[in-house]
Design a protein around this ligand. Sequence first.
Ligand code: 13P
Length: 252
Amino acid sequence: MTKRRPLVAGNWKMNGSRTESAALLDGIKKGISSTSKAEAAVCPPYVLIPLAAEKLAGSAVAWGGQNLSVHKSGAFTGEISGPMLKDYGCTYVIVGHSERRTLYGENDAMVTEKYGAAQAVGLIPILCVGETLQEREANQTEAVVARQLDAVLSKHGIASFKNAVIAYEPVWAIGTGKTATPQQAQDVHRFIRSRLATKDKTIAESTRILYGGSMKGSNAKELLAQADIDGGLIGGASLQADEFLTICHAAD
Ligand code: 13P
Protein backbone atom coordinates (compact mmCIF):
# COMPACT_ATOMS: atom_id res chain seq x y z
CA MET A 1 0.00 0.00 0.00
CA THR A 2 1.23 3.47 -0.88
CA LYS A 3 1.93 5.68 2.09
CA ARG A 4 0.05 8.93 1.88
CA ARG A 5 1.76 11.98 3.32
CA PRO A 6 -0.79 13.94 5.34
CA LEU A 7 -1.53 17.49 4.22
CA VAL A 8 -2.95 20.22 6.41
CA ALA A 9 -3.96 23.25 4.36
CA GLY A 10 -5.30 26.53 5.70
CA ASN A 11 -8.02 28.22 3.69
CA TRP A 12 -7.88 31.78 4.97
CA LYS A 13 -10.92 32.77 2.91
CA MET A 14 -11.34 36.58 2.86
CA ASN A 15 -9.44 37.33 6.04
CA GLY A 16 -6.27 39.09 7.10
CA SER A 17 -4.49 42.42 6.88
CA ARG A 18 -0.84 42.57 5.79
CA THR A 19 0.25 43.00 9.39
CA GLU A 20 -1.87 40.18 10.81
CA SER A 21 -0.92 37.89 7.95
CA ALA A 22 2.79 38.56 8.33
CA ALA A 23 2.57 37.54 11.99
CA LEU A 24 0.50 34.48 11.13
CA LEU A 25 2.93 33.36 8.44
CA ASP A 26 5.92 33.85 10.77
CA GLY A 27 4.16 31.85 13.48
CA ILE A 28 3.32 28.97 11.17
CA LYS A 29 6.79 28.90 9.63
CA LYS A 30 8.37 28.66 13.08
CA GLY A 31 6.27 25.65 14.01
CA ILE A 32 6.84 23.54 10.89
CA SER A 33 10.12 21.82 10.25
CA SER A 34 11.31 20.12 7.10
CA THR A 35 11.32 16.83 9.00
CA SER A 36 7.59 17.04 9.83
CA LYS A 37 5.73 14.02 8.56
CA ALA A 38 2.72 16.09 7.59
CA GLU A 39 2.91 18.73 4.93
CA ALA A 40 1.54 22.19 5.73
CA ALA A 41 0.17 24.75 3.30
CA VAL A 42 -1.67 28.05 3.44
CA CYS A 43 -4.09 29.51 0.91
CA PRO A 44 -4.33 33.25 1.60
CA PRO A 45 -6.43 35.77 -0.35
CA TYR A 46 -4.83 36.69 -3.68
CA VAL A 47 -3.37 40.02 -2.54
CA LEU A 48 -1.53 38.30 0.31
CA ILE A 49 0.07 35.63 -1.88
CA PRO A 50 3.18 37.75 -2.62
CA LEU A 51 3.62 38.17 1.15
CA ALA A 52 3.24 34.43 1.69
CA ALA A 53 5.75 33.77 -1.09
CA GLU A 54 8.23 36.17 0.48
CA LYS A 55 7.78 34.85 4.02
CA LEU A 56 7.62 31.14 3.23
CA ALA A 57 10.29 30.87 0.52
CA GLY A 58 12.78 28.21 1.55
CA SER A 59 10.56 26.97 4.40
CA ALA A 60 8.72 23.66 4.63
CA VAL A 61 5.36 25.40 4.29
CA ALA A 62 3.73 25.51 0.85
CA TRP A 63 1.20 28.06 -0.35
CA GLY A 64 -1.61 28.24 -2.83
CA GLY A 65 -4.63 30.12 -4.15
CA GLN A 66 -8.29 29.78 -3.21
CA ASN A 67 -9.60 29.95 -6.76
CA LEU A 68 -8.41 30.57 -10.32
CA SER A 69 -9.73 31.60 -13.69
CA VAL A 70 -10.17 29.00 -16.38
CA HIS A 71 -8.36 31.41 -18.73
CA LYS A 72 -4.63 31.99 -18.88
CA SER A 73 -4.77 35.75 -19.54
CA GLY A 74 -6.82 38.38 -21.33
CA ALA A 75 -9.84 40.60 -20.88
CA PHE A 76 -11.35 39.01 -17.77
CA THR A 77 -11.69 41.88 -15.30
CA GLY A 78 -11.23 40.84 -11.70
CA GLU A 79 -9.91 37.37 -12.44
CA ILE A 80 -6.59 35.74 -11.51
CA SER A 81 -5.09 33.00 -13.66
CA GLY A 82 -3.23 29.78 -13.01
CA PRO A 83 -0.01 31.10 -14.58
CA MET A 84 -0.17 34.11 -12.23
CA LEU A 85 -0.45 31.83 -9.19
CA LYS A 86 2.37 29.71 -10.51
CA ASP A 87 4.48 32.83 -11.03
CA TYR A 88 4.16 33.53 -7.29
CA GLY A 89 5.32 30.07 -6.37
CA CYS A 90 1.96 28.53 -5.52
CA THR A 91 1.92 24.75 -5.25
CA TYR A 92 -1.81 24.33 -4.68
CA VAL A 93 -5.09 25.91 -5.65
CA ILE A 94 -8.49 25.16 -4.14
CA VAL A 95 -11.18 24.44 -6.72
CA GLY A 96 -14.89 23.97 -6.21
CA HIS A 97 -15.08 25.15 -2.62
CA SER A 98 -18.72 25.11 -1.52
CA GLU A 99 -18.67 28.89 -1.07
CA ARG A 100 -17.68 29.23 -4.74
CA ARG A 101 -20.36 26.73 -5.72
CA THR A 102 -23.18 28.27 -3.70
CA LEU A 103 -22.32 32.00 -3.59
CA TYR A 104 -20.72 32.37 -7.02
CA GLY A 105 -22.67 29.85 -9.07
CA GLU A 106 -19.82 27.49 -9.89
CA ASN A 107 -21.28 24.26 -11.19
CA ASP A 108 -19.61 20.90 -11.77
CA ALA A 109 -18.67 21.84 -15.34
CA MET A 110 -16.92 25.04 -14.23
CA VAL A 111 -15.16 23.32 -11.37
CA THR A 112 -13.99 20.62 -13.76
CA GLU A 113 -12.60 23.26 -16.10
CA LYS A 114 -10.79 24.98 -13.25
CA TYR A 115 -9.30 21.66 -12.15
CA GLY A 116 -7.92 21.21 -15.66
CA ALA A 117 -6.68 24.80 -15.84
CA ALA A 118 -4.77 24.28 -12.59
CA GLN A 119 -3.11 21.08 -13.73
CA ALA A 120 -2.30 22.58 -17.13
CA VAL A 121 0.13 24.95 -15.41
CA GLY A 122 1.45 22.48 -12.85
CA LEU A 123 -0.66 23.57 -9.90
CA ILE A 124 -2.12 20.84 -7.70
CA PRO A 125 -5.87 21.32 -7.43
CA ILE A 126 -7.51 20.70 -4.06
CA LEU A 127 -10.89 19.57 -5.34
CA CYS A 128 -13.66 20.21 -2.82
CA VAL A 129 -16.75 18.05 -2.70
CA GLY A 130 -19.52 17.75 -0.15
CA GLU A 131 -23.23 17.71 0.50
CA THR A 132 -25.60 20.22 2.09
CA LEU A 133 -27.58 19.41 5.23
CA GLN A 134 -30.71 18.97 3.14
CA GLU A 135 -28.92 16.51 0.87
CA ARG A 136 -27.56 14.56 3.85
CA GLU A 137 -30.98 14.36 5.43
CA ALA A 138 -32.39 13.10 2.15
CA ASN A 139 -29.72 10.37 2.10
CA GLN A 140 -28.11 11.88 -0.97
CA THR A 141 -24.60 12.33 0.40
CA GLU A 142 -23.01 9.61 -1.72
CA ALA A 143 -24.96 10.58 -4.84
CA VAL A 144 -23.87 14.22 -4.55
CA VAL A 145 -20.23 13.44 -3.86
CA ALA A 146 -20.22 10.89 -6.69
CA ARG A 147 -21.67 13.43 -9.10
CA GLN A 148 -19.08 16.06 -8.15
CA LEU A 149 -16.26 13.54 -8.46
CA ASP A 150 -17.49 11.92 -11.66
CA ALA A 151 -17.64 15.29 -13.43
CA VAL A 152 -13.88 15.60 -12.99
CA LEU A 153 -13.16 11.92 -13.57
CA SER A 154 -15.00 11.77 -16.85
CA LYS A 155 -13.27 14.88 -18.23
CA HIS A 156 -9.74 14.48 -16.89
CA GLY A 157 -9.50 10.79 -16.11
CA ILE A 158 -8.27 8.86 -13.10
CA ALA A 159 -4.60 9.51 -13.97
CA SER A 160 -5.14 13.21 -13.24
CA PHE A 161 -5.60 12.30 -9.56
CA LYS A 162 -1.89 11.55 -9.34
CA ASN A 163 -1.55 15.33 -9.23
CA ALA A 164 -4.59 16.31 -7.23
CA VAL A 165 -5.91 16.36 -3.69
CA ILE A 166 -9.55 15.88 -2.74
CA ALA A 167 -11.20 17.66 0.17
CA TYR A 168 -14.44 16.33 1.58
CA GLU A 169 -16.22 19.29 3.10
CA PRO A 170 -19.78 18.68 4.24
CA VAL A 171 -21.41 22.08 3.71
CA TRP A 172 -23.30 21.85 7.00
CA ALA A 173 -20.03 21.58 8.90
CA ILE A 174 -18.32 24.60 7.33
CA GLY A 175 -18.00 27.54 9.67
CA THR A 176 -20.80 26.19 11.85
CA GLY A 177 -18.79 24.65 14.66
CA LYS A 178 -20.63 21.43 13.82
CA THR A 179 -18.05 18.84 12.82
CA ALA A 180 -18.84 15.57 11.10
CA THR A 181 -18.20 12.74 13.53
CA PRO A 182 -15.03 10.81 12.73
CA GLN A 183 -17.22 7.92 11.57
CA GLN A 184 -19.42 10.11 9.35
CA ALA A 185 -16.33 11.61 7.74
CA GLN A 186 -14.57 8.25 7.41
CA ASP A 187 -17.61 6.74 5.69
CA VAL A 188 -17.60 9.40 2.98
CA HIS A 189 -13.80 9.32 2.61
CA ARG A 190 -14.00 5.56 2.16
CA PHE A 191 -16.74 6.01 -0.41
CA ILE A 192 -14.63 8.55 -2.35
CA ARG A 193 -11.61 6.26 -2.34
CA SER A 194 -13.65 3.27 -3.44
CA ARG A 195 -15.10 5.33 -6.27
CA LEU A 196 -11.57 6.16 -7.46
CA ALA A 197 -10.61 2.50 -6.99
CA THR A 198 -13.19 1.38 -9.52
CA LYS A 199 -10.96 3.14 -12.08
CA ASP A 200 -7.50 2.48 -10.61
CA LYS A 201 -6.69 0.90 -7.25
CA THR A 202 -3.13 2.20 -7.01
CA ILE A 203 -4.12 5.79 -7.68
CA ALA A 204 -7.04 5.48 -5.26
CA GLU A 205 -4.67 4.29 -2.54
CA SER A 206 -2.24 7.15 -3.09
CA THR A 207 -4.72 10.03 -3.43
CA ARG A 208 -4.92 12.26 -0.40
CA ILE A 209 -8.42 12.98 0.83
CA LEU A 210 -8.65 15.84 3.33
CA TYR A 211 -11.51 16.55 5.68
CA GLY A 212 -12.80 20.11 6.05
CA GLY A 213 -15.53 21.57 8.22
CA SER A 214 -14.94 23.01 11.69
CA MET A 215 -11.74 21.03 12.17
CA LYS A 216 -9.72 22.49 15.04
CA GLY A 217 -6.99 21.65 17.49
CA SER A 218 -9.34 19.87 19.85
CA ASN A 219 -11.00 17.53 17.33
CA ALA A 220 -8.23 17.03 14.76
CA LYS A 221 -6.62 13.97 16.31
CA GLU A 222 -9.77 11.87 16.26
CA LEU A 223 -10.62 12.81 12.69
CA LEU A 224 -7.07 12.30 11.45
CA ALA A 225 -6.92 8.88 13.10
CA GLN A 226 -9.45 7.57 10.57
CA ALA A 227 -7.98 5.29 7.93
CA ASP A 228 -9.05 7.34 4.93
CA ILE A 229 -8.61 10.85 6.31
CA ASP A 230 -5.27 12.15 5.07
CA GLY A 231 -5.29 15.66 6.47
CA GLY A 232 -7.47 18.71 6.72
CA LEU A 233 -8.63 21.78 4.89
CA ILE A 234 -8.98 24.28 7.68
CA GLY A 235 -10.96 27.52 7.65
CA GLY A 236 -11.43 29.44 10.89
CA ALA A 237 -8.81 27.53 12.87
CA SER A 238 -6.13 28.30 10.27
CA LEU A 239 -6.19 31.99 11.20
CA GLN A 240 -4.40 31.41 14.50
CA ALA A 241 -0.90 30.01 14.30
CA ASP A 242 -1.08 27.94 17.50
CA GLU A 243 -4.41 26.38 16.56
CA PHE A 244 -3.25 25.60 13.01
CA LEU A 245 0.01 24.13 14.30
CA THR A 246 -1.85 21.93 16.76
CA ILE A 247 -3.70 20.41 13.79
CA CYS A 248 -0.48 20.05 11.78
CA HIS A 249 1.19 18.26 14.68
CA ALA A 250 -1.84 16.02 15.16
CA ALA A 251 -1.34 14.93 11.54
CA ASP A 252 2.33 14.07 12.12
P1 13P B 1 -14.12 25.99 8.77
O1 13P B 1 -12.90 25.25 9.22
O2 13P B 1 -14.12 27.43 9.20
O3 13P B 1 -15.37 25.27 9.11
O4 13P B 1 -14.06 26.04 7.17
C1 13P B 1 -13.77 24.89 6.47
C2 13P B 1 -13.53 25.25 5.07
O5 13P B 1 -14.42 25.71 4.36
C3 13P B 1 -12.19 25.07 4.54
O6 13P B 1 -12.16 25.21 3.16
